[in-house]
Design a protein around this ligand. Structure first.
Ligand SMILES: Cc1cc2nc3c(=O)[nH]c(=O)nc-3n(C[C@H](O)[C@H](O)[C@H](O)COP(=O)(O)OP(=O)(O)OC[C@H]3O[C@@H](n4cnc5c(N)ncnc54)[C@H](O)[C@@H]3O)c2cc1C
Length: 417
């Protein structure tokens, strides 16, 4: 019998690490939870604008992204959205659903973090915060964990250190180094769920403007044709450097990878996605007839925010203040198309600090479906540090809960369910 100090050490007390620790402790494992921050669950506090959008009713697999898509259904079906709701009830968090997005009934992310903390304490998990530089060494049997002057012998380890996104909340990429030391491959890590920067400097004139629309992300490789990478619809937000908003976040991971490959990336904005180009041209033609008294710049009043309308006119080379009699000099077709196919050259994606998540991470091909390393027996992974990123809408947390549950369950000795 090996005298282990703990059955399991979980490194990182974010969403995935806390879920793994609770799951293993509920199965009677003796768990040590090490966190570099001075508290557990820090990133959770800022999720969902402080309300924590912890899962989503629609669990289409296309809402998750990875190099290894076959891996996802196995883990996600082991701990589903329904399991998440049941688990949350079990720690006292009742859900509140809005358009399929789930939040705690309190609408406070802090209550999720606090409920996990209470449950961890109740289960007798040893929580040590402020553990900034722990080292993990594989031994013949189990692992040796060293943090400062302290050492623990543990049977199994779960790495749940998050990514590089939002460093302020503790995830600084140090988990990738721990994984690399065990021989794991880290697939390129890039910012995802982030705003896009454009080379069109005039964009600053419409900073603060918001409108509904569709973004189509296009990439032109050094050789070959322009390709559509992704599309998303919703509220577009203009900033002094580019574009933001949920649809922009959804496509940003694709921009990150294309720019990394030195491809020319363009965002094509459609401010009227409900019309085809032909329908739109017809509609404007009719509107011109119906609203004869309007100046050219007044024609779109009620259709687009005023600042955006002027901006698009300027960008189309149409001088504002043209009178009705002067409308004939306008290239209406160009202007109409501009509103359906306004192209912005993309120069970059917001930094890791400002991104909500990272794409890339530990290669799933090196893990079993129980989230255990195929290289080092007894070593498991959970959460964002592996190569999975989700869309906005509760998918990243659902991945943290599912993978945390699967790793915690398997590490506690019941991995074959
Ligand atoms: C502003 C913002 C809003 C978001 N909103 C949502 C949302 O509403 N819904 C959603 O689904 N997702 C949201 N996300 C994404 C979601 O928060 C993350 O995907 C999720 O928290 C990842 O969980 P994790 O446990 O894998 O990593 P993290 O939550 O990052 O936790 C990792 C933990 O490990 C610790 N750690 C790191 N390295 C070490 C080390 N070497 N030793 C010890 N500890 C270490 C870190 O301090 C951290 O506490 C949001 C993210 C941000 C930044």
């Amino acid at each position: 019998m090996i005298p282990y100090d703990y059955d399991l050490a979980v490194i990182g007390a974010g969403a995935a690490g806390m879920m793994a620790a609770v799951t293993a402790a509920r199965k009677k494992a003796n768990v040590l939870l090490l966190e570099k921050n001075d508290r557990v669950g820090k990133k959770l506090l800022s999720t969902g604008n402080g309300k924590c959008n912890f899962t989503n009713r629609s669990q289409d697999i296309s809402c998750y992204h990875t190099e290894c898509p076959d891996f996802l259904p196995v883990v996600l079906s082991n701990f589903t959205m329904e399991d998440t709701l049941r688990f949350f009830e079990s720690i006292g968090i009742s859900p509140y659903e809005k358009n399929g997005y789930f939040y705690p009934r309190s609408e406070q992310a802090a209550s999720v973090s606090e409920a996990f903390f209470i449950e961890l304490k109740h289960l007798g998990v040893t929580i040590l915060t402020g553990q900034k530089n722990c080292e993990i060494k594989k031994q013949d049997l189990g692992f040796l964990i060293c943090s400062g002057k302290k050492k623990w012998k543990v049977n199994k380890v779960i790495l749940a250190c998050g990514s590089k996104a939002s460093r302020i909340s503790g995830s600084d990429g140090s988990g990738y180094l721990l994984a690399e030391r065990f021989g794991h491959t880290i697939l390129p890590v890039v910012p995802a769920l982030a705003a896009l920067h454009t080379r069109n400097e005039a964009i600053k004139n419409i900073a603060g403007v918001r409108c509904q629309g569709r973004i189509t992300l296009l990439a032109l490789p050094a050789r070959g044709k322009e390709q559509t990478l992704a599309k998303a619809e919703g509220e577009l937000q203009f900033t002094k450097y580019g574009i933001s908003g949920i649809p922009v976040f959804q496509v940003s991971r694709f921009a990150s990878y294309a720019l990394r490959k030195q491809q020319k990336v363009t965002a094509e904005l459609d401010f009227f996605p409900e019309y085809s180009v032909e329908e739109w041209e017809q509609y404007i033609h009719q509107r011109k007839k119906n609203l004869k008294e309007r100046r050219s710049e007044e024609l779109f009043l009620g259709l687009l925010p005023e600042k955006l309308n002027f901006f698009l006119m300027e960008q189309a080379g149409i001088l504002p203040k043209q009178k009705e009699s002067e409308r004939s000099g306008i290239d209406w077709q160009t202007w109409c198309r501009r509103m359906k196919q306004f192209r912005l050259p993309i120069s970059g994606v917001n930094s890791f600090e400002e991104a909500q998540v990272c794409a890339g991470g530990v290669d799933l091909r090196e893990l079993s479906s129980q989230m255990e390393s195929k290289k080092v027996k007894g070593l498991y992974f959970a959460g964002e540090m592996v190569d999975v990123d989700g869309n906005c809408g509760g998918y990243n947390l659902q991945w943290a809960w599912s993978s945390g549950y699967v790793a915690g369950n398997a590490a506690a000795g019941d991995g074959d369910t």
